[in-house]
Write a protein that binds this ligand. Structure first.
Ligand code: ATP
Length: 244
């Protein structure tokens, strides 16, 4: 289990200050609900943690050791994975093929370097079992519900045994039943000791699954507290600035 600490992270795009000295610790096995209005800096923070670009100032450390990510692979090597909103799945491939897409060299399959088709299906089946998802390795992604598609995207991150999984709006634009499925998947990740950063605008979803709620407003961290000691009304006030 590792502990990721962000200290004084700032990021500017030219004249735009997207993040201003954000400090935050992520504890193993917690779900952090990252909230904020459009443009508050959520995606910028996630992209910095994921190694997409470096902060303009500040430091990231893991278990007390400073780390510098030059590219996403550097962050992946430290066990940091992202499920982006578009999921980046290939509709015409099976669930198992999507799990392994572009991942073959990263799969920690012990001495097995070459992943054959049967092995791929077995590994994918294990990952779906781990997520208690009914998705079958040979199912075609194009025939799947939004919830199942999320399961495939999450199973793909599990292949590299992540410590932190960041999810960008996973419950946007799916049915109520599927929202419950996705929230269950997030709980499964947490049960395995994985830290989840959930970016969402949907207050009920965040409150039903998050242990801690972090609010960004115009690039500044304005709240970071246990969900149990917070209310949706208070968080809404913090997001809009009605509560300072
Ligand atoms: P949303 O909920 O709309 O995705 P967000 O909270 O994720 O918003 P960011 O996308 O991180 O916010 O944006 C923070 C600020 O940085 C905004 O003012 C945005 O316009 C600006 N910004 C983001 N990416 C870029 C970029 N590549 N170039 C210039 N400005 C950018």
């Amino acid at each position: 289990m590792s502990r990721l600490v962000l200290s004084g992270i700032s990021k500017s795009y030219g004249a735009i200050q997207a993040l201003s000295s954000v400090s935050l610790s992520l504890n193993p096995g917690e779900v952090l609900g990252l909230m904020g209005d459009n443009g508050a800096g959520k995606s910028t923070l996630v992209k910095i943690i994921a190694g997409n670009f470096a902060p303009s100032a500040g430091e990231i450390s893991i278990d007390g050791q400073p780390v510098v990510f030059h590219k996403p692979k550097d962050a992946q090597r430290e066990g940091i994975e992202v499920v982006y909103q578009d999921l980046a799945l290939c509709d015409n491939l099976t669930a198992a093929s999507n799990v392994f897409l572009g991942r073959e060299p990263m799969a920690k399959l012990g001495p097995v370097r070459y992943v054959n088709y049967r092995h791929m299906n077995e590994v994918a089946a294990d990952l779906f079992k781990q997520l208690k998802s009914e998705t079958r390795p040979r199912d075609l992604v194009r025939k799947m519900s939004g919830g199942q598609r999320q399961a495939v995207a999450i199973a793909r991150t599990l292949l590299s045994r992540p410590k932190i999984v960041m999810m960008d709006e996973p419950t946007a634009a799916i049915s109520v039943r599927q929202v419950h499925e996705v929230l269950e998947l997030i709980r499964r990740l947490r049960d395995q000791g994985i830290t989840v950063i959930l970016i969402s605008h949907r207050m009920p979803d965040v409150f039903s699954v998050a242990d801690r709620i972090t609010v960004l407003r115009r690039g500044e961290l304005v709240a970071n507290k246990p969900a149990a000691r917070s209310t949706p009304e208070e968080v809404t006030g913090l997001i809009t600035g009605a509560i300072e």
